[in-house]
Design a protein around this ligand. Structure first.
Ligand code: UDP
Ligand code: MG
Length: 144
């Protein structure tokens, strides 16, 4: 159904609860446009703890899993599917390292993240995960 996003042109991003709460949604959406991404689907939602656990299931054995999923269920988020040449890698470059202390100047995490856990944004790490993560949030009718 979502095979079109197997091309290396799509990625799934989230604006996490910390960034939404602090009022950075607009700035991050502006950056998305400035970086040449096209928004193919977008929703403003909140996750339950169980839904956050489902999304981050690959991290279930990690020590930070409980904290991460509680944080991700703590407020509204924006989830979006973005299209651009080399979308996965380009978005990862734009957001910077997981820990804002290690992120390069000008990256979204350097600008807006408070800590390694509450780090403003998510980005898929591969095209396979972009597809899986997109199917978590969107069905075919919700993508343009
Ligand atoms: N995370 C955390 N502590 C860590 C590593 C990760 O709280 O030591 C959180 C952080 O919010 C991160 C998410 O778990 O964004 C997923 O971790 P991953 O290693 O996939 O980082 P990302 O791909 O988001 O940069
Ligand atoms: Mg990751």
């Amino acid at each position: 159904m979502l095979d079109f996003i197997m091309e290396d042109e799509f990625t799934l991003i989230m604006i996490k609860p910390d960034a939404v709460k602090r009022g950075h949604t607009g700035a991050i959406l502006k950056r998305i446009e400035e970086e040449g991404f096209r928004i193919r689907g977008m929703k403003y939602v909140s996750l339950t703890k169980a839904q956050a656990e489902m999304f981050y299931i690959v991290h279930k054995e990690r020590p930070f899993f409980g904290e991460l999923t509680q944080f991700m269920a703590s407020g509204f988020i924006v989830a979006a599917v973005l299209e651009r040449t080399n979308a996965v890698a380009h978005w990862r470059k734009v957001i910077g390292a997981t820990d804002p202390a290690e992120a390069e100047d000008g990256t979204i995490r350097k600008l807006f993240a408070a800590s390694k856990g509450e780090n403003a944004v998510h980005g898929s790490d591969s095209r396979e995960n972009a597809k899986l993560e997109t199917s978590f949030f969107f069905n075919a009718l919700e993508l343009v």
